[in-house]
Design a protein around this ligand. Structure first.
Ligand code: GAR
Length: 197
């Protein structure tokens, strides 16, 4: 059975593009919707260009009422009947209520080698700490921020003269490899093999 994947974004959506492009041929999943929390998210156009339906649930009118925002998110998503959610640069913290509903069915990519550097500004913090290596992590989402079972990590060296921007670019290249690979592995693990003969 082909799994339906909803991808949530807030920005340029480069990880979303890699996920969408990976879900072809014998891949056991297909993208069903790309949803952003702002109509300005650049990734929306990139999703449309690739024939993926898009939705916007703007968090701002909810004025900090996370439960109401998440209720709108949930009902918008359910119209597409997703089996899985991939957070791909979705910059809203989700509450336990929403996360619990999707437990075991929601993945995230985070730009650090978790458990190091949860939260924001991961590249600057790694540089400030004098790290010699840095990277990214794909993990299942649990109610604690940037926590949950780790599915895979990719490492990059920190080079002399790196800035947060140069380091971010090196990590992002690895994100683009890691996330599609981990999604595929996650779905295959979850999909009983076809019996023949
Ligand atoms: C990526 O680096 C992703 O790891 C990060 O946002 C960027 C989104 O880029 N996510 C987080 O920081 C989540 N805490 P993209 O929109 O080009 O995929």
């Amino acid at each position: 059975m082909t799994r339906r994947v909803a991808i949530l974004i807030s920005g340029s959506g480069s990880n979303m593009v890699k996920l969408v492009e990976s879900m072809t041929g014998d891949h056991p999943a297909r993208p069903c919707v790309v949803l952003a929390n702002s109509a300005d998210a650049k990734g929306l156009e990139r999703a449309r260009e690739r024939g993926v339906p898009t939705e916007v649930v703007d968090h701002r009118p909810f004025k900090g009422d996370r439960a109401a925002f998440e209720a709108a998110l949930q009902s918008t998503l359910m119209a597409y009947q997703p089996d899985l959610i991939c957070l791909a640069g979705f910059m809203r913290v989700l509450t336990e209520g929403f996360v619990s509903r999707w437990r075991g069915r929601m993945l995230n990519i985070h730009p650090s080698l978790l458990p190091k550097y949860r939260g924001l500004h991961t590249h600057a913090r790694a540089l400030d700490a004098g790290e010699t290596e840095h990277g990214c992590t794909v993990h299942e989402v649990t109610p604690e921020l940037d926590d949950g079972p780790i599915l895979g990590q990719a490492r990059v060296p920190v080079l002399t003269g790196d800035t947060p921007e140069t380091l971010a670019a090196r990590v992002l290249e690895e994100e683009h490899r890691l996330y599609p690979a981990m999604l595929r592995q996650f779905v295959l693990r979850d999909t009983p093999s076809v019996q023949t003969g």
